[in-house]
Ligand binder design. Structure first.
Ligand SMILES: [Zn+2]
Length: 446
């Protein structure tokens, strides 16, 4: 939806800027210029720009998914393997690796499109993606960036480098990261990172080669699964390192632009390394529960100010916070405090994104990118400065309107200038092709 004036004022809305001061503004306005919030407040309105009446709707910041895999978007409903996986490594070998090997350009495009749509539909306007498609490598991250751009979304992309498909595909993965880095590192809506699958699928010479390449990149950083399962830690110890973090640090791969995903089995010696290097941890509670790999200790999540991701499990970050909260509660004694996943979502994710993208993202405050999730929310109890977390965790459903970079992409529950139905139909067609290829691959592996 185009507005004649690039300055506009959203009025008659309840603003919830989590952990802000104040957090709740009952009858507020948001003043936006192009893609940036220039003021929020209440009372008399600034006399400037086009006025849009939100009719009492509730505005949250557009959310950030700090770790996901859009390539798994077409896995919803995929037939299970004949042999049920018995551990984490078998889950990868029988489900995810056959799926990523089966992806080609058509199914990749369909995955990206429906995966991004799903995020936008849930008010998530920034996606930090970790991509894998070893048989469709060159140029694939550009395809993803073009789709995100079409939707006005902010994207970090990386291609998972691994040794598990042989040296040629290792090299192709590294080259795709470097090519994409050169192409996008000066753009404002795309943040390239160098993707590594995980320590246990990369040899020492491979880590050395990646580290050499990363060192030459301006603001280079990696995006890697770390200590998701005990198998990753055992592999690092078998190779002569104290831990996965120790191994990555040995090669100089951890720095303040690096994303370290999961950290379920981090040990006490890893913490000072992560703190000194400034590498950023991202917790993915529903994925960890689904894979039965354990529970990241609350002290680690809190002391590293961990972000919140979904690891491809879902695109709904409020639901990830809610379900993560419940998963963790089920392991706690009555009365023991839980970690604060809303803080991870609304404070730590914005800090991570703001650092990576070099611009303010994820808060409803002046100077931040105009990303908004707007809800037609009529609660059965009052919303106050004290109780808003309960409403966010247990009250909110889908947004009625979503703005990304100052442009409405969903207005009154309708997509704006986005061919969503065509993309969804393509997802339904491509998913069937993909499942056939993946199933055949799994049968060969078994
Ligand atoms: Zn992941």
């Amino acid at each position: 939806m185009e507005y004649p004036n690039s300055t506009f004022l959203l009025k008659n809305c309840r603003i919830i800027n989590p952990f802000g001061s104040p957090t709740v503004i009952p009858n507020g306005y948001i003043h936006i210029q192009k893609d940036t919030i220039i003021a929020t407040g209440s009372g008399s309105l600034p006399d400037n720009g086009t006025i849009i009446d939100l009719g009492g709707r509730t505005v949250l910041p557009g959310m950030i998914n700090a770790h996901t895999h859009l390539y798994s978007a077409l896995a919803l409903g995929m037939p299970p393997p004949n042999k049920t996986p018995r551990n984490f490594t078998e889950i990868l070998e029988r489900i995810w690796w056959p799926l990523d090997r089966a992806l080609d350009r058509e199914s990749n495009r369909a995955s990206f499109a429906v995966g991004l749509l799903d995020h936008l539909k849930h008010g998530v306007t920034t996606v930090i993606d970790h991509h894998s498609s070893p048989n469709d490598t060159r140029g694939i991250l550009t395809e993803l960036a073009q789709l995100a751009n079409q939707l006005g979304m902010t994207l970090s992309a990386a291609f998972e480098i691994t040794d598990r498909n042989g040296p040629e595909r290792f090299q192709a993965g590294l080259e795709e990261n470097l090519r994409f880095y050169q192409e996008t590192h000066n753009t404002s809506t795309v943040r390239p990172l160098v993707g590594l699958h995980a320590s246990f699928t990369l040899s020492d010479p491979s880590l050395e080669a990646i580290a050499e390449a990363v060192k030459r990149l301006p603001d280079g950083g990696i995006h890697i699964h770390v200590s998701e399962d005990q198998a990753d830690e055992k592999d690092a110890r078998d190779r002569g390192y104290r831990s996965v973090v120790d191994r990555l640090h040995h090669f100089g791969l951890l720095n303040r632009n690096s994303l370290v995903i999961h950290g379920v089995h981090l040990n006490r010696e890893d913490l000072p390394i992560l703190k000194t290097t400034g590498a950023m941890l991202v917790h993915n509670p529903t994925s960890n529960a689904n894979n039965r790999v354990g529970l990241t200790p609350g002290k680690i999540v809190e002391s590293l100010h961990s972000g919140l991701g979904t690891d491809g499990m879902q695109a709904n970050l409020l639901q990830e916070a809610r379900e993560g909260n419940l998963i963790r509660s089920s392991h706690l004694a009555c009365g023991a405090p839980n970690i604060d996943l809303l803080r991870a979502l609304f404070v730590n994710n914005p800090r991570i994104a703001t650092h990576l993208f070099g611009k303010k993202i994820g808060r409803l405050e002046p100077g931040y990118q105009a990303d908004l999730a707007i809800y037609d929310y009529h609660p059965r109890t009052a919303i106050t400065e004290e109780n808003w977390p309960a409403h966010l965790l247990y009250g909110f459903d889908l947004p009625s309107d979503v703005m990304a970079c100052g442009v409405f992409r969903i207005r009154d529950r309708e997509w704006v200038d986005i061919p969503a139905e065509t993309w969804l139909e393509s997802g339904r067609i491509q998913s069937q092709r993909l499942w056939r290829f993946a199933t055949k691959d799994t049968e060969n592996t078994e």
